[in-house]
Design a protein around this ligand. Structure first.
Ligand code: ATP
Ligand code: MG
Length: 350
């Protein structure tokens, strides 16, 4: 059953580069399925490098406040990062994940043409592991020595595990693979593994039909390249998840087709996996698919499954025949042409 929200307010944060070209496409896709959604409202919000150069902050307080107080969800484009370190600048996306407690990074990776080859979801813990960034460097008699803290908690591991089970349950194969390295890091990765494995016992039989497997991270990467079709949903601590999700992305050809969401208990933010692509920004040829799929993924996460299905079907039916593709996929079509084609295929479903 669809959720009972009376209205759906969506923050739009195109930020920099091709974000400004692809976020409008994602907005169009949501509008195209509006008959299945509550009253829609969009709010345009500022963030990013250009905002920093104009206002001195990459993430204005206003943006955070409006997201927290008025929005149910948001779509984020991409930020240009300065090539050197700039005083006062820090990434708005990292800050937003923290401010909104978006603890799960969810990234489905599906082959463009032959979906039987790769069709998996990487679920990455987004708040701890080595990313607590407690590093220090000391000078010893034998030279410099650097140490980093790796934090793994039962709470964060269970909650990311629950997201993994939830996603696996909704898929035909219902397979969840836990990624870890507990043969070496038996305490930290041991706790991650145990906490994820402990989720079904705390969930009243809800996940009894989910199959659980485990893979050591090194062999998981090997198998991901050799036989990606063995994976369905993969759940991993922050660092392994970061590496695996980029590795998985490399399997399907273009960054321009891979969506993601950053999800917490109270908020979800769609974000194409690609960056601001300065080499093609402003040319009207950015692939809008990653961004449109991010919108669908966000709607799916909020419970609007059939609206999301319609968007995904229109995207797949555009990509599969390989007739109308942007240059990153070997075609000659523009952002607008691909977007309009997808919109047409959404309308045909009503
Ligand atoms: P940033 O620092 O913002 O990440 P980048 O130079 O690393 O910028 P990315 O956006 O990460 O660029 O993209 C890497 C490559 O993939 C670029 O050549 C870019 O043009 C291409 N690319 C990324 N996204 C898309 C897209 N949506 N459509 C077409 N090509 C894309
Ligand atoms: Mg990049």
């Amino acid at each position: 059953a669809a959720p009972s929200r009376k209205s759906l307010t969506i923050g739009l944060i195109p930020a920099d580069g091709i974000g400004r070209e692809v976020i409008p496409a994602a907005r169009d896709a949501i509008v195209a399925v509006k008959s299945e959604l509550p009253d829609l409202k969009f709010i345009d919000l500022l963030a990013g490098w250009e905002t920093f150069t104009r206002t001195g902050t990459a993430l204005p307080r206003d943006t955070v406040q409006i997201l927290k107080e008025e929005c149910d969800c948001a779509l984020f484009g991409s930020v240009s990062s300065p090539s050197r370190k700039v005083a006062g600048y820090s990434s708005p996306i990292v800050a937003l994940r923290k401010e909104l407690d978006l603890y799960a990074n969810i990234r489905p990776v599906v082959s463009v043409q032959d979906t039987s080859r790769v069709d998996l979801i990487v679920v990455r813990e987004n708040t701890e592991c080595l990313y607590v960034k407690e590093e220090n460097l000391i000078q010893t008699e034998k030279g410099k020595e650097a140490r980093a803290t790796r934090l793994i908690t039962e709470r964060a591991s269970s909650r990311i595990g629950r997201i993994g089970f939830e996603l696996a349950k909704a898929r035909p194969r219902k397979l969840l693979t836990i990624i870890h390295k507990s043969n070496v890091l038996s305490v930290t990765d041991g706790l991650f593994r145990e906490s994820v494995r402990g989720v079904p016992a705390l969930s009243d039989g809800k996940y009894d039909d989910v199959n659980i497997e485990e893979q050591l991270v090194d062999s998981a990467v090997y198998r991901l390249f050799r036989e990606p079709q063995i994976f369905d949903v993969m759940v991993a601590p922050n660092l392994y998840g970061d590496i695996i999700s980029d590795a998985a992305a490399a399997l399907v050809g273009s960054l321009g087709v891979i969506p993601s969401i950053n999800a917490g208990d109270n908020f979800v933010m769609g974000e194409p996996v690609h960056g601001s692509a300065p080499d093609i920004a402003g040319k009207g040829i950015a692939n809008p698919v990653a961004s449109i799929r991010s919108a669908a993924l966000m709607l799916r996460h909020l419970g609007y499954v059939s609206a999301a299905d319609k968007i995904d079907k229109a995207v797949n039916d555009t990509l599969a025949p390989a007739k109308l593709l942007t240059p990153d996929l070997g075609g000659t079509a523009s952002t607008t042409q691909v977007t309009e084609h997808i919109m047409g295929l959404i309308k045909e479903q009503y």
